[in-house]
Design a protein around this ligand. Structure first.
Ligand code: AKG
Length: 265
């Protein structure tokens, strides 16, 4: 069901507490079906890009990640500025925010969308981009249904409370795209302690996820695509200090985002 929001959008105290304790909040139906359609209609153009902002799957089958869609695709730009997203994120971070990066993971079916090993997103931002604090939220917008059979995002709830974990191994693919994978003993210990939860919801669901929450996903062997757009909102007071990575991975424009009218049209 589409949720009606008063503007300004405020999370309840219970929701803020849940985010702080568990590390994520899930909003089923945050986008209307017509809004999901507008995003899907823009996908072919985004996925057909060939620049360095596209990271390909190892087997060359297609895009694994496409960075920066909010900069060159109008529906994705508007999405990133919706009060429904911006205001809760600003409330949780207690600051104005800018977009550190956005990335689309199409996670195509029949195994093309390959697995993601367990990691914390904050790892790369801290090590490479110079992000001082984990005051950054990964808003995960479900462009397709994310059901159990489509290899949903898996999270270890409450793992963010262990803070930034240093026991990692750097994996690079042939083109240099890197992932800081957590060591297995740490993942096993935290999964034993907290369990593992799939983030499940229909297209239009949005999860707000703490950037230290440990997550990963399996190969998508279903016949169906499972696209998620990740909008990475960082507190303006936490702007990154390094500029080694390109614009699409480390946005250097720290101007606070201003919400638009609450519609994608
Ligand atoms: O969408 C997925 O399956 C996982 C993506 C992920 O872990 C990431 O982009 O950090």
């Amino acid at each position: 069901m589409y949720l009606e929001f008063d503007v300004p959008v405020r999370l309840s105290e219970g929701q803020v507490r849940q985010y702080q304790e568990v590390g994520y909040l899930l909003f089923e139906g945050l986008l209307e079906p017509a809004e999901v359609q507008a995003l899907r209609a823009a996908l072919p153009e985004v996925l057909s890009r060939t620049g360095p902002e596209v990271i390909r799957e190892q087997d060359g089958s297609g895009a694994r990640l496409v960075f920066g869609a909010h900069l060159y695709s109008e529906p994705f730009r508007r999405l990133s500025l919706l009060p429904r997203l911006l205001e809760p994120v600003g409330q949780l971070l207690d600051d104005e925010v800018y977009l550190h990066q956005s990335r689309l993971n199409p996670k195509e079916g029949f195994g093309s969308g390959a697995r993601w090993d367990w990691h914390q997103d904050y790892s790369a931002w801290r090590r490479v981009d110079g992000m001082e604090r984990p005051d950054c939220i990964m808003a995960s917008v479900f462009v397709d249904d994310c059901s159990v059979e489509r290899s949903p995002l898996l999270v270890i709830p409450r793992s963010h409370r262990h803070g930034f974990i240093d026991s990692i191994e750097l994996h690079r693919d042939a083109k240099g795209y890197s992932l800081y994978e957590l060591d297995r003993a740490t993942v096993a210990r935290l999964a034993d302690e907290h369990g593992i939860e799939p983030l499940i919801g229909g297209a239009g669901t949005v999860a707000l996820v703490d950037c230290n929450l440990i997550h990963g996903s399996a190969n998508n062997i279903s016949p169906w695509r499972r696209a998620i757009l990740y909008l990475i909102y960082n507190a303006c007071s936490n702007a990154c200090t390094n500029d080694d990575r390109p614009w699409f991975q480390n946005n250097r424009d720290f101007t606070p985002l201003q919400a638009i009218g609450d519609t994608l049209a």
